[in-house]
Design a protein around this ligand. Structure first.
Ligand code: ZN
Length: 462
């Protein structure tokens, strides 16, 4: 199974220890001045020069405030869970914005909102950009919304400037991101029957929900796109971690979305009387688990890098003060941008578990539950995002995304890039989630430039 587990999509703080901070705000004046001259003749910009073109930050922030009314909760955030009435109303609102931005709007069979804009060469593959507007229960007003409305603002800006890109453009608002990247799974043809039968927090199955929002699950095949069928996918998103704010960086250039592997680990010993069984005659599964947990932490930190490993759930059986634990079931989670590194660490952990098993007279059994392969972003798009930020006088930092995003699915189809803006306090999936209006505007301006540079760049042959 390839989905991010539902509770975890977009959830975790991006793990970003230390990476190169790339640049300082220093230059922009010359480029902006040069661009000014070009802006007088909008059509002259058709091949990707951006000049001093900017999004309307006040309008974008106003739209965010308006969208936050749908599913608004008393804590100041939103509960706009996919397939609820609030979700449907929010989508109606967003479709209105898309039409105002002169996009040709449709709901695909999976329920994603797609706004198309023709290019000057419609033999070229489309450049897609967007995000999602569904939220977790008691979520915030920025996760997904910033990238969705930022994408529409980019389209609006292009329309107002009468700019025609070479590539067709598609603003795509994926449905039910928080429930396991459902909309983008459909786009890559990975949405399974089993997932369609899952009941989400709206109380509806995914199948019912897709119908509720205007899709048609009998026609899902029409949604599937082939590998190589897109020129690029770009997504603006809040960081959901605290690194950018803490380091006073304006823009995160995402290196990729980490791979996430989950295992259930079962340790079997022998349950026996805690009063009468001598200390040297025990097969204590919980004691072995304690050694295992320590080993996971030690092995994961024994090599350089930003990999993380966690035992986050544990159950000891039978679970009584006067019984030696005979069985333990715990979780193991490993994340990194490099799938090979995850496997290497897993093998080390397995080998150490074997040692613990021998010395503690227990057995270990590992069952893989879930493996999301890492999704690296395209280095050419990373460079374009960094350059775009630099032209705007913004500071950047390369960083992984520790949370799942629709971009990881889209990476199966073609080159992807992600732009992060700071999350204040690193808080997300909470009504306290917040990003500053200026950072939102900055992110949308970087997205605008990046779209136009990708348009110029010929990333794919088609
Ligand atoms: Zn999100």
């Amino acid at each position: 199974m390839t989905t991010t587990p539902p509770e975890r999509a977009c959830q975790e703080d991006a793990q970003s220890s230390i990476e190169a901070t790339m640049n300082r705000r220093q230059f922009n004046c010359g480029l902006a001045a040069a661009g000014l001259l070009m802006l007088r003749r909008p059509q002259a910009m058709a091949s990707g020069a951006v000049g001093d073109l900017r999004v309307n930050g006040a309008r974008l922030n106003q739209h965010l405030a308006e969208l936050s009314q749908f599913g608004k909760n008393p804590q100041g955030g939103v509960s706009r869970v996919a397939y609820t009435e609030a979700d449907r109303q929010g989508r109606e609102y967003v479709m209105g914005l898309m039409r105002a931005a002169k996009l040709d709007v449709s709901i695909d069979a999976a329920g994603n909102l797609v706004g198309r804009r023709v290019g000057s060469d419609n033999n070229l593959k489309p450049i897609l950009f967007g995000s999602h507007i569904d939220s977790v229960p008691e979520g915030g007003n920025f996760d997904g919304d910033v990238g969705s409305l930022g994408a529409i603002e980019v389209a609006q800006t292009l329309a107002e400037s009468s700019i025609v890109t070479r590539h067709p453009l598609e603003v795509i608002i994926f449905q039910n991101e928080e429930g396991g990247l459902i909309g983008s799974e459909a786009v890559i043809g990975a949405l399974t029957e089993k997932e369609l039968d899952l009941v989400n927090k709206s109380g509806k199955t995914v199948r019912e929900g897709i119908k509720f929002i205007g899709g048609d699950t009998t026609k899902l095949a029409t949604v599937k796109r082939e590998k190589g069928s897109i020129a690029a996918y770009l997504e603006l998103h809040i960081e959901q971690g605290g690194t950018l704010e803490a380091e006073h960086i304006d823009i995160g250039v995402v290196e990729g979305i980490v791979g996430i592997n989950w295992w259930d680990v079962t340790i079997e010993g022998f349950a026996n009387h805690a009063g009468t069984t001598a200390m040297n005659n025990r097969q204590d599964a919980l004691l072995a688990a304690a050694k295992f947990i320590e080993a996971v932490n030690r092995l994961v930190t024994s090599i350089p890098g930003r990999q993380v490993g966690t035992v986050g759930r544990i159950q000891a059986l039978p679970g009584a003060p006067n019984v030696i634990p005979g069985k333990v079931v715990c979780s193991l989670e490993l994340r990194d941008l490099d799938a090979g590194k995850i496997q290497m660490l897993y093998q080390k952990i397995r080998a150490e578990a074997d040692e613990i098993a021998k010395s503690s007279r227990v057995t270990f059994d590992f069952k893989e539950l879930n493996a999301n392969i890492p999704a690296p972003t395209d280095p050419r798009i990373r460079a374009i995002i960094a350059q775009s930020a630099k032209e705007l006088g913004l500071t950047t930092k390369q960083m992984p995304s520790g949370a799942g995003h629709d971009a990881q699915d889209m990476a199966r189809l073609g080159p992807v890039g992600m732009i992060f803006i700071p999350s204040i306090g690193g808080i997300s999936h909470s009504p306290k989630e917040f990003s500053r209006p200026k950072d939102i505007e900055n992110g949308a301006n970087v997205l605008l430039r990046a779209v136009m540079r990708v348009d110029k760049a010929n990333l794919s042959s088609g």
